[in-house]
Design a protein around this ligand. Structure first.
Ligand code: SF4
Length: 430
């Protein structure tokens, strides 16, 4: 499950910063949002279906510390146990969650408020495991031992906020301003709230944030941590810096690499907006071919990647881009996109370009052919959805009616991100 999570501990009321910090993660999920604030006369906030901007007003929120989430399921979730009361939100995925539910139930754990086992979501499993230990850091240790998958988690306890990162595929970053501290899935939460980056939470690290600052309270020995390569290529916001590397720079690097390795004579380079934009800028800079957008993304569309149902995603993807006819007619066009899953969106785009008079259409793709669904909750596609599972690159080119088609390689991903393949999760492609 994709989510964006944020937590703030502040000297004064942090409601406005928490609403904004969580709002700026909205690209990660749009189904549910939730905020919980403490430190005032009473706890304020709650969870809602929909997006932060429409569901929360700072007028009804108060507290000097709190956590927030945008997510595919309802969170944060509160739990009362021998560890005390705490409220948790997480970004991640638990594989084989049915087996885990079974194990937990057999070991005596009970879940209330559910009529059906299927209703028990990952956040409830994660919360039960963490709260089974008296100390948060021991709970994270148990989580790492008990689950398959990956996670980043933020928990609010009386007078403090805990944050932890699993094996590294889920980003989590720390910031500060004037005695206030923030932890968020992405540093894009910091820009318009005035926070500065302190550092990333390391894979396996548990931190505690309170009035005294940020302290590491646990460092679990993670063998071969992995960063999600797709965060830089597609998922994260271009203004974010993840594990010390700028997302927009990685995308431009990848565009430059594609231009060097797969040059083609053309009149314009255009992205499939918005996600292909920075890759296309890099391609244009390196090749000298002018950058011009042949599709405009309609501002009121959702991100087609995140709606839960395939039919909703297809509908959204089909209507979100509007062609700029005057930029297309009579041109040889290089289209740059982040990835190809089924190929249906690219086919629609190519057909539109040809219909509006494009002379040639070439595609350059910023990652290798996708072969697998993400097991860590980043995408909703299935293995069998991936066109590259069934046919060769040349057959994909013919199916999509392209004049040429080239994909980046794993080596290009290493060069663009500056990380060696040992540190990158490449399971989408391997
Ligand atoms: S499988 Fe792909 S999307 Fe999932 S964590 Fe790995 S690189 Fe990221």
């Amino acid at each position: 499950m994709m989510a964006g999570i944020c937590g703030i501990f502040s000297q004064g009321d942090c409601a406005k910063d928490l609403v904004l910090g969580t709002h700026y993660l909205q690209h990660r999920a749009q189904d549910y949002c939730g905020l919980i604030l403490k430190g005032g006369e009473k706890t304020t906030g709650g969870t809602h279906k929909g997006i932060v901007k429409q569901q929360f007003s700072v007028d009804n929120l108060y507290g000097n510390y709190g956590i927030g989430a945008v997510s595919g399921e309802r969170q944060p979730l509160s739990e009362l146990s021998r560890a005390g009361g705490f409220v948790t939100c997480f970004d991640g995925n638990i594989m084989e969650s049915d087996k885990l539910k079974d194990r937990l139930l057999k070991s005596g754990v009970s879940f209330s408020g559910y009529y059906d086992l299927n209703e028990i979501k990952d956040i409830a499993l994660l919360s039960k495991i963490i709260s089974s230990e008296a100390e948060f850091e021991r709970g994270i240790e148990r989580l790492l031992a008990e689950i398959k998958g990956d996670f980043a988690v933020i928990s609010l306890k009386e007078g403090k906020i805990y944050a932890a990162r699993g094996w590294g595929r889920k980003p989590l970053i720390l910031g500060r301003k004037n005695g206030s501290y923030i932890v968020s899935s992405e540093s894009t939460s910091f820009e318009n709230t005035g926070f500065e980056i302190v550092r990333d939470v390391e894979p396996g690290e548990v931190v505690c944030i309170n009035g005294e600052g940020i302290q590491t309270v646990g460092n679990l020995n993670i063998q071969s941590p992995k960063y999600c390569t797709f965060e830089w290529i597609y998922t994260a916001y271009p203004t974010s810096i993840i594990d010390g590397v700028s997302v927009s720079e990685v995308r431009k690097n990848m565009g430059r690499i594609l231009a060097k390795n797969y040059h083609v004579d053309a009149d314009i380079v255009s992205p499939v907006p918005n996600s292909g934009r920075w890759h296309a800028i890099g391609y244009s800079e390196e090749s000298g071919i002018p950058y011009e957008e042949v599709f405009v993304r309609f501002d009121y569309s959702d991100r087609s990647y995140t709606p839960g149902e395939q039919s909703a995603r297809d509908k959204e993807a089909k209507t979100k881009l509007i062609p700029v006819k005057s930029s297309i007619k009579g041109k040889r066009i290089v289209i740059v996109d982040d990835s190809i899953v089924r190929g249906t969106q690219m086919l629609n785009r190519v057909e539109e370009l040809r219909r509006h008079g494009a002379l040639e259409v070439h595609a350059r793709i910023a990652c290798p052919p996708l072969m697998h669904a993400c097991m860590y909750g980043k995408t909703t596609k299935k293995d069998e959805d991936c066109i590259a599972q069934r046919i060769s690159i040349e057959e994909i080119r013919k199916t999509l009616a392209l004049d040429s088609l080239e994909f980046a390689t794993v080596r290009d991903l290493e060069e663009a991100t500056t990380f060696s393949r040992e540190k990158l999760c490449l399971e989408c492609w391997n």
